[in-house]
Design a protein around this ligand. Sequence first.
Ligand code: ADP
Length: 673
Amino acid sequence: MACVAYQTPSGFLLTTLIRIKTLTSYLSASALGLVAGLTGYAAWQTSVLPDLGTFIPGETPAEIAHPDATLAAIVVITYALALALTNHHFGFHRSCPWILVSVVVVWGAGLVGFEFFSLDLLMLPLLLSGGCALLLAQIYRLWSLDRQLTRTLFNSSVSSAETEANSRLMSGLKLLNTVLPLSEAGVFRLDDSNTLEAVARFKGAPPNPQDPRRNSVWRKGIQLCQRAAKTGELVSETVQEQKSATVAVPLLHEGETAGVLLIRLASDFSTDDTALLEAVGSQFARNLERESFSKSPARSETLSFFSYGGGRRKLDALNVLKAVNVEQRCEASTLLHIDDGVAIAYLDGTLALVNPALLSFAGLTSEQVAKLDLFELLHKFRTDIFDEPEIAVRRVLQTAQDYEGELNFEAKGQILNLRISLLREADQPIGIAIHLKDLTATKEYEKLKSDMISLMSHELRTPLTSINGFAELLTVDDSIPAQAREFVSIIANESQRMSRMINTFLSVTQLQRKDKQEVLKIPLRLDEVVRDTIASLQPVAKKKRIRLIEHPAHRIPPVAADKSLITQAVKNLVNNAIKYSPERTTVTVSTALEAEAVRVCVEDRGFGIPAEAKERVWDKFYRVVREGQEKDEESTGLGLSFVREVVEQHGGHVELDSEEGRGSKFSFTLPRL
Ligand code: ADP
């Protein structure tokens, strides 16, 4: 079966670039071979090379036949070219046997030709040009490799060093000042010639400028720094009568002293602080490495192979990378302290990290987990819905989408939420993360809540209905005294209010428990819903002399929605706009078509909502408390939470824009059909 491989444009570009690079490198190797060949030929022509007879034992023939100059040039250059290209293509090690064979052949033929046939077979120019070709080609290979290495090294460390190295040094000094009574502190870098150069300085409590000892103390401090740099150990000196101390801490990174931290304390130095200073010192050392790397001028990558400075900078770059590595380990170690279970595996299945929480979920010790791989670990969490972990991992690797499942371990009475995700770095998959969250307590709480809801819906509603029914009966009973009838009608009203509240609460919670698919959706025109709602609320608005107007948009496409739920949501918004606006204002309801959605917007010139309450008005039972506004009997704090629930169930979202005292604009969008 024929198989055709297709290549993307970027793949094609990459292959072309690689081809051009390879071609250039072969051309360069050929040029070097040519130079070596010409050198050998020139040395032969100008008789710079010694006579063969001088170092071949035995009698030198009287007459020696030399080859023709053109032929000699061709032979010498071809030989040099062949050696240069062989070395370039196969590398020195692999081409060594061939080179040796060619040297033996040239040497042997030269010797035989000279001794027995009095012929100059170009032995010396061939050996000279061959040697030069090998040397130049090998230097060229090493130099190209070094350029590549330097570029990669600098690119990776420059981005890490750019994170404001100096500001981190200053931040470190400030941190020290919060834990120690600092009167002065400074960070010194130790340069190549072992001189100390100040890179950051911090002044704590203002020193007395009149103090004649100030300068001498600082000079003393520098001497302490030199001692600390030389010995690699912390040095301190306490002045008893002044109750102050000077401490020099060597800043060590990768076994080398990068600099010294000098601090002057306004108290004695306690050796208990040594560990603290050494820990902070190691961070300072990492920051210093960054600082010196970001400061030192970038030299040409091309010549760095031949220069001491270039080599030094590469070492600095490597130190920066090591510092970054330490900091990344610090980030990873935070995972050890969280309550959720976390494990990270490389793409070969080796476990890179398993935190103690996950160990306890799996019932393993760290020694046991060291012998496991990713799949063996996942098998510890097998349940009926997660019986083949391999399939889940395979799907994550294929689609790069998280796998999520709820694992119920009935025997242990534990419910865990498992998530397996692909870790990526610059769009390249680099590992797999496992995240386990203990849902046992949340589930218990949810069960309690649902028990409570069923209690409300059955146990509370039934007695309330009879209270309300009998109270209403009593209100029309003439045999009861008038005042008692008034009390009874209050009971009837309040019980009605209470059952309305319970009903709204139940409809919100029932909606929350439903899946999006469960809502019955039919094509619905929102402008019609708005028109009907406005018509039904016109009497309420008129009572407050509020102008309730509609701003319909032309050609509104339908949405897929449950008519009664959406109508109730719009009604809640318009009702609120009327309820929370003063008399003689306007409420405008508009519909508009947006890119992929239809928006309904209810705008009023009412009381508005304070900024701090904007997020919370959508919460259940939340009511804005306004000064001078008496408690509204009808208000439950459930209207807006119902709106949000309905809209989100339909795949839309709600928005609020409001300014206190100027009005509010509530709106929601639903995806268009
Ligand atoms: P309810 O109106 O039953 O109190 P809602 O959930 O509908 O409950 O509203 C929550 C709170 O948001 C209300 O207490 C009210 O103060 C405030 N609110 C709602 N709509 C508006 C509006 N259009 N203008 C000013 N405040 C509003």
